[in-house]
Design a protein. Structure first.
Length: 87
């Protein structure tokens, strides 16, 4: 996976993480769809990495009890140093 410290760097990774999280929480696609007010087909599209409306994606993520955070993906040299010092 192309994640770094739990950061999702591609839509394919988002799809895989969404599905893994749904399964880990014990939800079916139908349950997430119902909780989000979406069709099950939309959840299937999200998990397949297909193009869906951002609003639908955010509702589905919220139905998992999760949120999206926008972070700076530029290299933080202090954090990088900490990562290597911990090894």
């Amino acid at each position: 996976m192309l994640t770094m410290s739990n950061f999702i760097l591609s839509f394919d990774d988002l799809a895989k993480e969404f599905k893994a999280e749904r399964k880990a929480l014990g939800f079916t696609q139908a349950q997430i769809a119902k909780n989000a007010g979406l069709r099950r087909e939309t959840i299937i599209q999200i998990e397949a990495g297909e193009n869906v409306q951002v609003y639908s994606l955010l509702k589905a993520i919220s139905a998992l009890g999760k949120a999206i955070e926008i972070v700076d993906r530029r290299i933080d040299y202090d954090r990088l140093k900490e990562m290597f010092d911990e090894s």
